[in-house]
Design a protein around this ligand. Structure first.
Ligand code: ZN
Length: 907
């Protein structure tokens, strides 16, 4: 940007009177001195007339600590726009500090004066109707004098002797002549923004938050000066301009997705060349496929990556739940930025690095092809045959897709390429900043960083910090500061023993953290696409344990190991061993049998816990018991499963089932069961080579697939697996972390699903599985907060009360979860009818933590009151499959989401 620095302009042209502001006739003494300082060239006449005491005015910003000499010292502090809010409503304060230009004597008198700051544009004064604005400036108004400063803080004009009335009422759109320059006011700057120097960085931002005026108007006006003045208007340039100022796609076309214009500050910072501001329009080829939330997501990513949301920050975290189309949003962003930009339509990025789990490399390439075809964009996916070197040597490819593992191996080559955008898929793996992958990625100089993850909120606060630090380094301060300010108070407030004060402090800090990070984290849940999906019937099925299971369960609870846990004798993780044994038993006694046998054979390390846990347990198994082949009739859940599968095959032979377990051993057992019944199946678990996973999924989803069942380990499925080929999903066991189970369910009920979806979660009645379920649905309500603390069992801290509750078997109930609800429906409650009843929760069962009905935890628990409650005779059931398991099912909670059947009936 060129600015005139001619001496005449620096001082202002005193021979010309201000155009709109003839001097006033009121006299006071102190302003006279000040104004003569401000304008050493002022005429005698002006001096006489410029004395006027400016009254306080409500809307005027005052300055209590500012001086022009401080301008160069502004701090580079974090300027997030949210923080500006409220600066416009500062209370008036008297001026306490003076400039060095005034003597000590005047200081006191000066303090009575108000100083106002405006962002303005200026040009040489002329009578032309259409001004050619030459640059941006800051106007300082004090008393009846004004100083004009350019954005480097240099004085470029002074004037004095204005009508105070006119200066008082200066507002957006008004013009003023200062010396030989004419200015137009664009907005007010707060004293804070002036004193911090922010206005020289980001006057626009400060302004836009204060002014309620039409921002678009400001922006539009503002883009003019550059276009007209700041570039030499050679023919070549004019030609270029006319090319560059045209949007690539029609912004006014129906359904078009147009990115917002950058504001003034952004233009100051990033449009030094003064290029015209152009509409950035997402390719209509893509727009036609976009759902509303995806349009919103692209806009969000665009604003983050361009640096419009936070000064000098270009990172973002897109944390949409699975299956909301994070990939499509990214592809749209990439495709847009590769060819367009807000300034002269110059592309924002050249090369893009996409880092993803190995299993998804192919998937990303396919998604690019799916949405953009093979011609528009050249995408390079690294595999055995395609090496990074080939990518860096070829100018053809703009996008590189690589696995985290491969990235480490070829880091040298990656570092040699200049990437302007980096996307880390399943980016929660960067939560540990000390691992190699993270430090390797941090080492890349690319500023525009996007993390994609379906589950960031489940991580702990330190991991949260690492993710933030990765996308927007330094934004939360140092790790130790962060720990003191956020982590420690928040964690403390969530402990059962926290005092009221600690809870309040923790909540406040959590809210502040959410606000701060919310500027660049976007998370949407399934809710946003539910209306586009087919119906989903979710069943929580309580399966009666068998006599053998009950007997073994009691034995385990009476073991020395469990008893010592409850007495707090055993430290460390021995309670986890006990929990593990109970969960195995719930899945099938043979799994426990194996564990005991293996234990005996190998004399395991954790001798005390294991031996005391399994002591005498062998005797409870029948003498001829053998885990191979296992008996279906030994496990309540397995019996229900077998009948359920038979029902699905009978009633819906063309539909398929995803069967999920947390344990490889359980999957083995389920696979064996499939073989017994002649069900053909695919399987994906932790052992499945990454290179084969996508293919297994593709084959299963294909309509030609012969497989009835897809066996899935929930642990292996951490990646974005899409299993819409199936319309039934059975969770055979339950995970501590609700996010894992929700993720599993989302593999089937997601975009692309054509059938009504049936979800079955199998729980053993009265057992630890019910307790985990209760804990899950209590947690679920909390996980919407920015930092949920749900974790794997290894990280869970149990209070003694909770442990006592966990290690308790309820043999005489059809469903202790229903008992807890104190619902008197007797298992005949119909769907969606809410019972107006105050629930008082029994402390004896859910423990101390669950006593207060006002606690948030119960809200989600009480959600179950809106579900169907089914007990005993299963004639209430909408689907015929479950009816098959009648004898083994003690209770069902059922919920129909997105029920389209009603509307169809009405049609
Ligand atoms: Zn009920």
């Amino acid at each position: 940007m060129r600015r005139s620095t001619a001496p005449s302009q620096l001082l202002g042209n005193v021979t010309k009177k201000p155009k709109f502001m003839p001097p006033a006739q009121i006299y006071t003494s102190h302003v006279d001195k000040e104004s003569s300082q401000m304008n050493p060239c002022s005429t005698k006449e002006n001096k006489k007339q410029q004395n006027y005491l400016v009254p306080l005015q409500a809307f005027v910003q005052t300055c209590d600590r500012v001086h022009s000499s401080q301008i160069g010292e502004y701090s580079n502090e974090l300027n997030c726009r949210e923080n500006f809010k409220g600066t416009g409503t500062q209370r008036l304060k008297p001026n306490t500090v003076n400039g060095p230009v005034t003597g000590d004597k005047e200081k006191q008198e000066e303090s009575e004066l108000l100083t106002k700051y405006f962002s303005v544009v200026w040009c040489k004064a002329s009578k032309k109707k259409h001004k050619k604005w030459e640059g941006d400036a800051i106007l300082i108004v004090k008393g009846r004098s004004v100083i004009l400063k350019d954005l480097e803080g240099k004085d470029i004009g002074r004037g004095t002797g204005y009508k105070s009335k006119d200066l008082e009422s200066l507002e957006e759109g008004q013009t003023l002549v200062i010396g030989g320059k004419e200015i137009e006011v664009m907005g007010i700057i707060s004293p804070e923004d002036f004193s911090s120097g922010r206005c020289f960085h980001s006057g626009a931002e400060a302004t836009t938050t204060i002014f309620s005026a039409d921002l678009q108007k400001i922006r539009k006006q503002f883009s003019n000066p550059f276009k007209n003045v700041c570039r030499p208007s050679t023919e070549e340039n004019l030609f270029k301009d006319s090319l560059n100022s045209k949007p690539r796609h029609d912004p006014s076309a129906p359904n078009s997705l147009v990115m917002p214009h950058p504001d003034q500050y952004h233009q100051w910072m990033f449009n030094k060349a003064g290029l015209p501001v152009v509409d950035v329009v997402v390719d209509p080829y893509l727009t036609t496929h976009l759902r509303p939330h995806q349009r919103e997501g692209i806009l969000f990513l665009y604003e983050c990556v361009i640096g419009m949301r936070m000064n000098g920050r270009f990172g973002a975290i897109l944390a949409d739940e699975m299956s909301l189309g994070k990939t499509l949003q990214c592809i749209s962003l990439i495709w847009t930025l590769l060819h367009q930009g807000p300034y002269g339509n110059k592309p924002i990025i050249k090369r893009v690095l996409i880092v993803t789990p190995g299993s998804l490399v192919k998937n990303w390439r396919k998604e690019f092809e799916k949405w953009l075809g093979t011609e528009r964009i050249k995408v390079f996916a690294v595999d055995q045959d395609h090496r990074v070197e080939d990518y860096s040597n070829s100018p053809l490819y703009s996008v590189l897709i690589i696995s985290y593992e491969m990235l480490l191996r070829s880091l040298d080559h990656i570092q040699a390429v200049e990437f302007s955008l980096m996307i880390c898929d399943e980016g929660h793996r960067l939560k540990n900043s000390s691992i190699k992958t993270t430090s390797a990625l941090i080492s890349l100089p690319c500023e525009k960083r996007i993390i994609l993850t379906g589950t960031p909120v489940q991580n702990d606060l330190q991991e949260f910090y690492s993710l933030i630090e990765f996308v927007n380094p330094g934004i939360l301060g140092s790790l130790s500061t962060y720990k003191k300010i956020y982590e420690e108070p928040i964690v403390r407030s969530r402990e059962p023993s926290a005092t009221k004060e600690e809870k309040e402090l923790g909540e406040e800090r959590a809210a502040e953290l959410a606000r701060l990070t919310g500027l660049f984290i976007l998370r949407r849940t399934q809710e946003v696409i539910n209306k586009f999906l087919p119906s989903k019937i979710e069943n929580v099925v309580f399966c009666r344990p068998t006599a053998l299971q009950l007997e073994l369960y009691q034995k385990l609870l009476n073991s020395r190991a469990v008893k010592s846990c409850l007495q707090g004798i055993i430290e460390n993780s021995s309670h986890l061993v006990c929990i593990g044994a109970l969960k195995k038993l719930c899945n099938h006694p043979s799994l426990l049998y194996k564990a005991i046998k293996e234990n005996k054979d190998t004399a395991i390390f954790d001798e005390f816990a294991n031996s005391s846990l399994y002591e005498g347990l062998m005797d409870s198994f029948p003498p001829d018991y053998n885990s191979i082949p296992f008996k279906e009739t030994d496990s309540g859940k397995l019996q229900v499963l077998v009948k359920l599968l038979a029902g699905i095959q009978m009633f819906n032979p063309s539909e398929r089932v995803v069967l999920v377990s947390n344990y490889t051993q359980t999957l083995n057992l389920l696979q064996e069961m499939c073989q017994r019944y002649g069900y053909s199946c695919s399987r994906l678990d932790g052992q499945t080579p990454i290179s084969q996973r996508q293919q297994i999924v593709d084959v299963f989803n294909s309509k030609y697939s012969k497989d009835f069942i897809f066996l899935l380990s929930s642990k292996a499925g951490g990646v974005g697996l899409n299993l819409v080929g199936a319309s039934h999903l059975i969770l055979y066991d339950i995970d501590w972390n609700p996010a894992n189970d929700i993720q599993a369910m989302a593999r089937v009920w997601r975009d692309g699903q054509k059938h009504m979806v049936h979800i079955y979660r199998l729980l053993t009645t009265g057992s630890i599985e019910e307790k985990i379920y209760q804990r899950q649905i209590s947690k679920q309500g909390l996980s919407d907060a920015v930092v949920g603390l749900a974790k794997t069992s290894k990280h869970i801290q149990f209070s003694m009360e909770e442990l006592k509750n966990l290690f308790m078997l309820h043999e005489d109930s059809n469903c202790i979860t229903h008992d807890l609800l104190e619902c008197d429906c007797e298992g005949k409650k119909v769907h969606q009818v809410s019972v107006q009843k105050s629930s008082i929760y029994r402390s004896c069962q859910l423990g101390q933590n669950h006593k207060r009905p006002d606690s948030k935890k119960h809200f989600s628990m009480s959600e179950l009151m809106h579900w169907k409650h089914i007990c005993g005779q299963l004639h209430n059931l909408t689907d015929p499959f479950l009816k098959m398991g009648e004898g083994n099912i003690s209770f069902i909670f059922q919920n129909i989401a997105n029920d389209h059947s009603d509307s169809k009936l009405q049609d």
